[in-house]
Ligand binder design. Structure first.
Ligand code: EPZ
Length: 445
């Protein structure tokens, strides 16, 4: 079974025959959300660099194509390695169709402002979990001396930023924002003077972007805390090879897939402390989580006993990751009684609930809280992946459900899960991609 057994130019679904306990080993790939920030950051470096452990996923392919469209030279000697030379970049404008395919295209604002003092980028699209503004990104650029960041400056959906040159600033983010923290770091690395980012995001991928930039010659301190200090430097020499951290959310998704099928899986090439919020909640439910140096084993020691209903609240790192929220709700369906999931990061991120209900889930949503009434024995159904992580949640439910399910819009899941078909097949799942005569308006994460 390979991962490319379908015509991906046509709509396709995952066909999953579930009801089997997953057993064996899964290897985690590089972090999508670190890779997207790092590839964009490479565009502001003054020399070549090599990236290793890059995930082979469609969001990364789009970001690479977008950077090539700017003139960057990017070679891929293998599917997990990129050799990047940004010195051939010949424009500061990124407003083509590629930009609207991925939200992370907005990182090019900070990167191109740093590279050439100008950036003209089409605003990312909305998304199906509520408003996704970029006011904090624009505020940071404005404080560092960029003009064109007022909402009234936005011309037909395109942000035109100009700074001669960027200077250091003291930035305070009212809301913890991963994207704004990364964009502010990108703009600050070569700005004149010192920048302090207060109330910064602390996710593992923020630290990875900062470590990449420091390897390129930047002077960033405090990444991973809520205060990041950057001393601007005139040149980022680059000429360095950097390996991307493992994907925290991919790892958590497979931990949940193991648990929800009653399986016993050891997940390799992860950073156990990154999984702490999820590991703690799964232990509360009654699962055993065994940690090694770069592994986690998940299984239920008492399969005949009821799992405990629990409450979960998403929040910025080191809180419970919002990107594991949908998958965790699937797991809460297996607990006896009422569990609660509070979504505190996104305005509304429960669009997948009606799809889960088709598979037997009993969930009531009150604004930003989902009340989950277990125990659910999932049943197979035809459902739709409403976004990347919602789709991953439906995969977990389909793996647990007796019978054959179809998950439409499976391309949304392929945005963030490398070789998911072969990884799940290797632990006993029956899953394949099949072309279907179904499509819906595509959104972007
Ligand atoms: C990143 O999105 C991730 N995407 C998301 O993962 C993740 O859900 C999110 O961080 C939170 O962890 C990538 O890294 C590519 P935010 P981002 O800025 O940066 C509000 C996935 O599944 N906000 O941290 O866009 C915003 O509306 C994706 O991999 C503003 O108000 O998220 C939200 O309520 C989905 N103004 C909150 O902050 C701004 O200028 C957090 O958003 C920016 C954000």
């Amino acid at each position: 079974m390979t991962d490319n057994t379908v015509d991906k130019t046509r709509p396709y679904a995952y066909k999953i025959t579930g009801g089997k306990a997953l057993k064996g080993d899964i290897e985690i790939s590089g972090s999508k959300n670190a890779a997207l920030g790092i590839i964009a950051a490479a565009m502001m470096v003054d020399g070549p660099c090599t990236l290793e452990n890059v995930p082979d996923i469609s969001d990364v392919h789009v970001m690479v194509d977008l950077c090539r469209s700017l003139g960057a030279t990017i070679e891929a000697p293998d599917i997990h390695t990129l050799v990047i030379d940004p010195r051939t970049i010949n424009t500061y404008k990124a407003s083509g169709a590629l930009v609207s395919k991925i939200r992370a295209s907005y990182y090019l604002m900070g990167a191109l402002l740093s590279r050439s003092g100008q950036a003209s980028i089409r605003l990312p699209g909305g998304c199906n979990f509520g408003q996704r503004p970029i006011d904090l990104h624009l505020k940071a650029f404005r404080l560092m001396g960029a003009r064109g960041s007022r909402p009234t400056d936005i011309d037909n959906g395109i942000v035109n930023l100009k700074a001669d040159p960027l200077h250091g600033a003291n930035i305070f983010f009212d809301i913890v924002s991963v994207g704004a923290t990364i964009n502010a770091m990108l703009a600050a690395c070569k700005a004149q003077g010192k920048t302090v980012i207060n109330n910064a995001a602390r996710e593992p991928h923020i630290v990875d972007v900062a470590n990449f930039l420091n390897a390129m010659g930047a002077r960033i301190k405090g990444a991973g805390t809520d205060t990041i200090k950057i001393d601007g430097v005139p040149v980022l020499p680059g000429n360095f090879t950097y390996s991307i951290i493992p994907d925290q959310i991919e790892a958590g998704t497979y931990m949940i897939a193991a648990a929800v099928t009653g399986g016993d899986i050891t997940i390799h090439n992860l950073i156990p402390p990154h999984m702490d919020p999820l590991s703690a909640k799964m232990r509360e439910m009654g699962y055993t989580i065994e940690e090694g140096d770069d592994t986690i084993r998940v299984y239920n020691p008492y399969p005949d006993e009821e799992l405990y209903a629990i409450n979960v609240k998403t929040s910025p790192h080191p809180g419970f990751p919002t990107d594991l929220q949908p998958q965790t709700v699937v797991l809460l369906c297996k607990a006896a009684g009422m569990s609660r999931m509070h979504e505190n990061v996104w305005q509304s991120r429960f669009q997948y609930v009606p799809e889960l209900a088709k598979m037997g889930a009993n969930i009531t949503v009150y604004d930003r809280m989902a009340l989950v009434n277990g125990v659910t024995d999932f049943k197979s159904a035809t459902v739709e992946a409403t976004d990347l992580r919602a789709g991953a949640a439906l995969v977990c439910a389909a793996l647990a459900a007796e019978g054959t399910s179809f998950i439409n819009n499976a391309q949304r899941i392929d945005r963030g899960y490398e070789h998911i078909v072969s990884k799940l097949t290797a632990v006993g799942a029956t899953i394949e991609r099949v072309n279907v005569d179904y499509t819906s308006e595509d959104t972007e994460a």
